[in-house]
Design a protein around this ligand. Structure first.
Ligand SMILES: *Cc1c(COP(=O)(O)O)cnc(C)c1O
Length: 451
C-alpha cells in the first residue's frame, strides 16, 4: 500500500476555486464606519486592483498566472500521505490521510498566498509591502515571497513572539525583510497602545493596525494579510484542489476533513474545493478546529466587527470575540485571532461546515504522538487538527467504522520546540476563555444599524 500519493508538476492546478459561486447565499459586503456597504474603491489605498477584484468576484474559477505557478513548483504539488503508522499505533479501522504543507520553504501553507499577493502587487507598481505577523509563519512567508520579486517587506511582529521566536525573525531577515516588535512607536496606532499600556506584549489586532496605517500613508506601499480575506482563502484552495486529484489517484474520498482555524485560510484552502462536491449532494463533513482559549467560531458573537484593534479596517460580518480581545498566551500563535473569515463564519452560521474547540494540552499530546508515529514534528497550530483526527479515529475504533479521515498538516514545528519543551516539562496549561470576557466583548462591538 502506498504511503505518499504524488502528483507531477504539470498537475499543479491552473485555476483557484472560488466558493462564492457555490454558496447558497452571497457573502455580506464589508461596511464603512457609517454602516453602509463600502465599494471596492475604498480598498485601493492598501490593496492592488487585481486582489480587490478577487475579493468580490463571483466567478467559480480564477486563473493562476504562469509566474506564480512557476514559483509554486519549488514545493508544489505537496504530497498527500496515508498515515499507516499512526493508524497502526491507534489500532483504528479508520484510514487517516494528511496533506503535507510543511514542505514549503517557510514551513507552512502560507506561501501559497504570499507568493500570489506579492506578484499581483508588483504587477501594479508597488515596491514595498507591510504586514503583521504573530508567531512568524506569515511574516516569513511574505518575506520570502517579496524577496523573490525584489520587493521591500516590513513586518510588525507581535512583541511577545518577537522575543519568544527569535529564529522566525532571523528567517525574515535572511530573506531581506525588516522586522519590528509591535506595538512600536513608529505609528499612531502603536503609540496610542504604548501610552495606555507601556508594557503591552502586543496582539495580532494591534500589529494589523500598525501595518495598515503604514500602507495607507504611503503610495509605494501596500498591505498584505495572511488569512481572513476572501482572496487569501481563494489562493489557498490550491491545497484542496491538489488533494482531490490525489484522492482520485488513491481511489478514496474523505468522510471528514479537519483543519486548524485561525483566520480561516488553512481550513478554507483544504475544505472549500470539497464543498463544491458537498453542494452537489455528496456527503462530506468539513470541520474547523480552534483552541478553547480563542473560541471564535464556537463561542463568539456573529456580528459586524473590525479586523484590527484600532478600528482602521472595514466592518465585516463574522464570528468575533471583540476586536480588542487579547488572547491568553497559548503557543499556537497562528490561531490567536479575535475574528474569522466572513466566508467561513457564514458557512458555519448556516450549518454547512462545523467547528470544534480543543484545549492546549490535548493538542500537544496529539502532536507528540503523531511525531513518534509519522516522524514529522507538527506546528502547535497543526496539532489542533491532529487532535481531532485522532479523536475521530478512536471513535471509529469504538464503532468499528472504517471512515476516511483527512486533515491538513499546515506546518512543521521546528521553530516551536520551546513550546514542546514546556509541554514535556509539564509547564503548559489549558486556558479556557472566561464566559464573562466573551459577554463583555459584546459591549465593545461597534454599533451598526444594518438595513
Ligand atoms: C497560520 C497558521 C494556521 C492558521 O491559518 P489560518 O489561515 O489563519 O486559519 C494553521 N497552521 C499553521 C502552521 C499556520 O502557520
Amino acid at each position: 500500500m502506498e504511503t505518499k500519493i504524488l502528483l507531477g508538476e504539470k498537475e499543479i492546478p491552473t485555476h483557484w476555486y472560488n466558493i462564492v459561486a457555490d454558496m447558497p447565499n452571497p457573502p455580506p459586503p464589508p461596511l464603512g464606519p457609517d454602516g453602509s456597504p463600502i465599494g471596492p474603491d475604498a480598498l485601493t489605498a492598501i490593496f492592488p486592483h487585481a486582489l480587490i477584484e478577487q475579493e468580490v468576484s463571483g466567478d467559480r474559477w480564477i486563473a493562476i498566472p504562469e509566474e506564480i505557478r512557476e514559483i509554486y513548483q519549488l514545493w508544489r504539488p505537496s504530497p498527500l500521505y496515508r498515515a499507516h503508522r499512526l493508524e497502526r499505533d491507534l489500532g483504528t479501522p479508520a484510514k487517516i490521510y494528511y496533506k503535507n504543507e510543511s514542505v514549503s520553504p517557510a514551513g507552512s501553507h502560507k506561501p501559497n498566498t504570499a507568493v500570489a499577493q506579492a506578484w499581483y502587487n508588483k504587477q501594479e507598481g508597488i515596491t514595498r509591502l507591510s504586514t503583521e505577523t504573530g508567531a512568524g509563519q506569515w511574516g516569513s512567508s511574505l518575506a520570502m515571497a517579496g524577496n523573490m520579486f525584489g520587493m521591500e517587506v516590513r513586518v510588525y511582529m507581535v512583541k511577545v513572539s518577537y522575543h519568544q521566536k527569535p529564529f522566525r525573525r532571523s528567517m525574515m531577515q535572511t530573506w531581506g525583510a525588516e522586522v519590528f516588535a509591535s506595538p512600536t512607536n513608529q505609528t499612531e496606532a502603536g503609540r496610542r497602545v504604548l501610552k495606555e499600556h507601556p508594557n503591552s506584549s502586543g496582539s495580532l489586532g494591534i500589529a494589523i493596525s500598525e501595518a495598515v496605517e503604514e500602507a495607507a500613508s504611503r503610495k509605494d506601499t501596500n498591505y498584505s494579510l495572511g488569512s481572513v480575506l476572501n482572496h487569501v482563502l481563494l489562493h489557498q484552495t490550491i491545497i484542496g484542489l491538489e488533494a482531490k486529484k490525489q484522492f482520485e489517484k488513491a481511489g478514496d474520498y474523505p468522510d471528514v476533513i479537519l483543519a486548524s482555524c485561525g483566520g480561516g485560510s488553512n481550513f478554507g484552502g483544504v475544505a472549500f474545493p470539497f464543498f463544491a462536491d458537498k453542494a452537489a449532494g455528496k456527503s462530506v463533513r468539513l470541520v474547523a478546529v480552534e483552541p478553547t482559549s480563542c473560541p471564535t467560531l464556537t463561542r463568539g458573537h456573529y456580528a459586524h466587527d473590525f479586523g484590527d484593534t484600532a478600528g482602521l479596517t472595514p466592518l465585516m460580518l463574522q464570528y468575533t470575540l471583540g476586536h480588542d480581545f487579547v488572547p491568553p498566551g497559548i503557543h499556537a500563535g497562528g490561531l490567536r485571532y479575535h475574528g474569522d473569515s466572513v466566508l467561513v463564519s457564514q458557512l458555519c452560521k448556516e450549518g454547512l461546515v462545523e467547528a470544534v474547540a480543543v484545549p492546549q494540552l490535548g493538542t500537544f499530546e496529539a502532536g507528540a504522538m503523531f511525531a513518534r508515529a509519522e516522524g514529522i514534528i507538527p506546528a502547535p497550530e497543526t496539532n489542533h487538527a491532529i487532535r481531532t483526527a485522532i479523536d475521530e479515529a478512536l471513535q471509529c475504533k469504538q464503532t468499528g467504522e472504517p471512515k476516511t479521515i483527512f486533515f491538513n498538516l499546515s506546518g512543521h514545528g521546528h521553530f516551536d520546540m520551546a513550546a514542546y519543551d514546556q509541554y514535556f516539562d509539564g509547564e503548559l496549561e489549558d486556558c479556557d476563555y472566561p464566559r464573562e470576557d466573551i459577554e463583555a466583548a459584546l459591549e465593545h462591538l461597534p454599533k451598526v444599524a444594518v438595513g
